[in-house]
Design a protein around this ligand. Structure first.
Ligand code: INI
Length: 176
């Protein structure tokens, strides 16, 4: 018997709710990530009414805002957007590792995707490259991943309830 393959589509269910958590630190970079994320969500058919933007001071504050959002309910995927630039001090390491592990732990413990769109770069130039110039836009990539993960969950839930891959959610097919 062929195995069943479940994978997310790049269109989210109509009732899916997305929250962008973005920092004011390095705002001139992060605002480009937010624009990329909004563009990516809209291009995949997400309506503005399905999107909320939450602003936090810095990357260190992203996990606590994500935790509050998850606990409050009404969110299917979070896009964490920020920019941590390595300076001359060790502060970078603490902020970068804290936001990375915080987002990861929250996603795994809650089952709500917290998509990691936080740039961690050595220089401002590298950050600019990832915020809509020659290395793409990590906000836009985060939007695609968020939509795919919401769709994937619908497929996994449908499998668990025995209804297959689901019409509006993840795609289920036989492996070839
Ligand atoms: N926050 C950032 O988002 N990016 C940085 O590059 C950064 N640096 O370099 O210090 C930064 N620091 C602030 C930190 O995220 C907290 O807001 C602050 O420590 C208060 O908790």
């Amino acid at each position: 018997m062929p195995i069943q393959v479940i994978e997310g589509k790049f269109s989210a269910p109509d009732n899916a709710r997305f929250v962008i958590v973005a920092t004011r630190w390095n705002e001139f970079i992060v605002d480009r990530l937010v624009e990329g994320a909004l563009d990516g969500l809209r291009r995949h058919g997400v309506d503005d009414a399905q999107i909320t933007l939450v602003k936090v001071p810095g990357a260190f504050e992203i996990p606590v805002a994500c935790k509050q959002l998850i606990e409050a309910g009404g969110v299917d995927a979070i896009l964490a957007l920020g920019c941590v630039i390595r300076g001359a001090t060790a502060h970078f390491e603490y902020v970068a590792s804290s936001v990375t592990s915080g987002c990861s732990q929250l996603a795994v413990s809650s089952g709500i995707p917290v998509v990691f769109g936080v740039l961690t770069t050595d220089t401002i130039e590298q950050a600019v490259e990832r915020a809509g110039t020659k290395a793409g836009n990590k906000g836009s990539e985060a939007a695609s991943v968020a939509i795919e993960m919401v769709s994937l969950k619908a497929g996994i839930v449908a499998r668990g309830s025995g209804t297959g891959g689901g019409a509006s959610g993840g795609r289920s097919r036989k492996a070839r």
